[in-house]
Design a protein around this ligand. Structure first.
Ligand code: FEO
Ligand code: CA
Ligand code: CA
Length: 737
């Protein structure tokens, strides 16, 4: 989706000078030998042997398809020998009683029984003969898909979003429009196209197909009741921050928003991760006032803390709160403190968003649970460490906004494989009790996990936000991470764990010139340069992929070693093309990231605006080595800022070059779409991929930028739709090899 530009991290920690200072202050970190070390030398470092002793067999060492050229075609382009079908698209009905999707905005139902919009992270859950979750491919499964939704609720209405009867001037809700009342039906459709869809699918001779009318088909929306849960010692404090007029004790809340990447737990549940939830709330300014602490809490997340000026034309929210002042399906989006206390209004509503939402995809009646101990921020995804029986699990999580952080949640409970299939009750065991850490990447190629605990004086005495207790630390985790000096990253997106060796990868999609200049880089975010075509300005317009290996202890390690796996770039980007990309594998703005369990291929998906003059967003296949398999590199940075050239160098650590043999472009999406979300059958022969928001750059009232998938005979033509596609090889073989 398009990201709002609001800068929320104004803390002044961790730019290059700070990293350097901390490195110099600690000789033990400085002394670690990194550059140019081979795998054998790395294996002597603590923690490496544990992974190296458990190689995974059957993994691919070569890619077996011809790289796809850049493309501006209004279709999904795949290598020769591959094909796709559409499984479902935005608006498809889950209720046989509903009419088929009009694809003209004509729906008069509230969308709660239709496939949501903006397909994103997803996963497969196989079903055994007793209806329980199994990791074995039984030919019967549900597919759970996040619907990130948000920025372009345009094609679902006849003429886009309206307010006071006037259509918005711009395509997105962050644009300019009248701030008067919005129509109820429009808003209900928007509320309900958010969330998660769960659909049953079965393998047929013609491939995987949906099961219409299955009792397992389910929608979770921004209105679905959810449980608020967390550590026993802190749950009272946590729930006191969630009290609203709708729920007096804060034990329940409503709905989930902006579910972006996802997580799949080892016990078989789905984590919908709430990313840009902060921008759904408004204030009317109809009374009450916030104290300085409440303002500081909201401001750090980009949540409304003041009413818009009386003559404002620029909406910062969807305007859902404007529908009715008496119906709390709408009032809940108004964060005014108008009541005598928090139980009389919705001032706390935004505290109930920003979490991982655990869902049992095989239990349609089960209540989803927000896991507060995993922290509140702009959750991109939550990826679990390789489960080891008897050891705690680690969940790695990115907070996707410029200059935000990478977090790790470590479960208190040790992994027990007998918990597979236990649903959210097992989630209570693993995801309520645990420790939350944030990453600091040091200049010497090492890093530390810093626990976010109120016992840390830096948190307890933090001036910018006065924490009340540990529950407050989880709910205002961004402030706590600021307090301990976490490293500001170039927008952390998905993480992924290499099944061969446990290495953890994170996409850092891009950053702007406000944050990255030759004088404001660090070893983990080392580039500041100009986009060669000037489309995305300057900063780190093409992004990179960082990876790290936990030291001794694996999931519970307090330290790690890192390097940069790949730098995105156009092939003609000169010094910025540090990974030696060619026209065959050039990419920009990596976002989705996922390892195939069948082949070990690392799949990279992009959400880009820098290369889109030449190609749609894409998906690439990579065969990575290990952390430390490359060496040290000196990045040459150069930017022109206000007519003046700035330059500088930054040392960092880079993985071994992959070349055209181990990094290939596999898929190009239609114009305006990002590629996000991937799942695969265990045999590696069927892959599910999400194509999100084709035609996103359509001007309000203008000709759609894309007509996919209607232009490929899927559903009614007329407007573009997000969709899940199923990719197979024409010869039935394993994908990618
Ligand atoms: Fe929803 Fe950060 O992509
Ligand atoms: Ca170019
Ligand atoms: Ca994403």
């Amino acid at each position: 989706m398009s990201h709002p530009d609001t800068p929320c991290n104004t803390s002044n920690n961790t730019h290059f000078r700070d990293v350097l200072a901390s490195s110099l202050a600690d000789p033990s970190r400085r002394s670690v030998l990194r550059g140019g070390l081979g795998l054998s030398a790395l294996a002597m470092l603590p923690g490496i042997m544990a992974h190296a002793s458990t190689p995974v067999s059957g993994m691919a060492n070569t890619l077996g398809f011809a790289s796809v050229d850049k493309s501006l075609i209004d279709n999904v382009t795949l290598p020769p020998g591959y094909r796709y079908t559409v499984l479902h698209a935005t608006g498809d009905s889950l209720d046989p009683a509903l009419p088929a999707y009009s694809n003209s905005g004509a729906e008069t139902d509230d969308w709660s029984r239709r496939i949501g919009d903006h397909h994103d992270g997803m996963d497969l859950y196989f079903i055994d003969a007793n209806g329980r979750y199994t990791t074995t491919d039984t030919g019967r499964a549900v597919l759970a898909v996040n619907h990130e939704s948000s920025a372009d609720s345009y094609f679902m209405h006849p003429n886009g979003q309206t307010s006071n009867g006037v259509a918005g001037k711009k395509f997105s809700q962050f644009g300019e429009w009248d701030l008067g009342a919005r129509p109820e039906l429009e808003v209900l459709k928007e509320i309900n196209h958010h969330g998660v869809s769960i659909v049953e699918i079965v393998r047929t001779p013609a491939g995987w197909r949906r099961v219409p009318g299955s009792p397992l088909n389910r929608r979770i929306t921004a209105q679905t009741p959810v449980r608020i849960d967390g550590p026993g010692a802190h749950i009272g404090a946590i729930r006191s921050m969630m009290v609203t007029r709708w729920n007096a004790d804060g034990g329940m809340a409503r709905g989930t928003l902006n579910n972006c990447g996802h997580g799949k737990t080892p016990w078989g549940t789905f984590l919908g991760c709430e990313e840009n939830w902060a921008f759904y709330f408004g204030m009317n300014g109809s009374g009450g006032s916030l104290d300085a602490r409440e303002v500081a809490g909201r401001r750090r997340y980009g949540v409304a803390f003041e009413a818009p000026a009386a003559n404002a034309k620029r909406a910062r929210s969807q305007g859902w709160h404007t529908v009715s002042a008496s119906d709390d399906r709408f009032t809940r989006w108004n964060l005014d403190a108008v009541g005598a206390g928090a139980g009389q209004d919705f001032r706390n509503e935004a505290n109930t968003f920003g979490y991982n939402v655990e869902i049992d995809p095989l239990a349609p009646e089960s209540t989803p649970v927000k896991r507060i101990a995993m922290g509140r921020f702009a959750h991109e995804a939550a990826v679990v460490s390789l489960p080891v029986p008897g050891q705690p699990l680690a969940f790695y999580q990115g907070c996707d906004a410029r200059n935000e952080y990478i977090y790790k949640f470590v479960t208190a409970a040790a992994w027990d494989p007998r918990d597979v299939g236990g649903g959210v009750a097992v989630g209570d065991k693993y995801l309520n009790e645990g420790k939350l850490f944030v990453a600091r990447f040091d200049a010497d190629g090492r890093g530390e996990w810093v626990e976010l605990a109120i016992s840390d004086p830096r948190i307890a005495n933090y001036a910018a936000y006065k924490f009340a207790n540990q529950g407050d630390v989880f709910v205002n985790a961004r402030h706590a991470a600021d307090a301990v000096g976490a490293t500001k990253m170039d927008r952390p997106e998905w993480g992924a764990v290499n099944p061969r060796n446990g290495d953890v990868y994170f996409t850092l999609t891009n950053n702007s010139a406000e944050n990255r200049t030759p004088g404001r880089v660090d070893a983990a975010n080392p580039r500041a340069y100009m986009d060669v075509d000037g489309r995305k300005g300057a900063g780190n317009p093409n992004g990179h992929i960082i990876r790290f290996r936990e030291n001794d202890g694996g999931s519970v390690a307090k330290a790690f070693t890192w390097d940069i796996f790949l730098f995105g770039a156009e092939e003609d980007a000169g010094d910025a093309n540090l990974s030696g990309l060619s026209a065959k594998n050039a990419f920009s703005s990596p976002d989705g990231l996922w390892f195939s369990q069948a082949t070990g291929i690392c799949w990279i998906q992009t959400d880009d605006g820098a290369m889109t003059d030449e190609t749609g967003c894409m998906m690439l296949a990579a065969i990575p080595g290990t952390v430390g398999d490359g060496g040290k590199v000196t990045v040459k940075n150069r930017m022109v800022i206000n007519g003046a050239e700035q330059s500088g160098t930054q040392e960092t650590f880079i993985g071994a070059a992959l070349g055209d043999a181990k990094l290939r472009r596999f898929l190009v999406a239609p114009p305006g779409a990002e590629v996000t979300g991937v799942a695969e059958t265990p045999d590696g022969r069927t892959m599910f991929v999400n194509i999100q928001h084709p035609g996103e750059n359509t001007k309000a009232g203008g000709t759609p930028e894309s007509l996919w998938p209607g232009n490929q005979s899927y559903g009614r033509p007329g407007r573009p739709r997000s969709a899940t596609i199923i990719i197979t090889r024409e010869d039935g073989g394993v994908i990618g090899v």
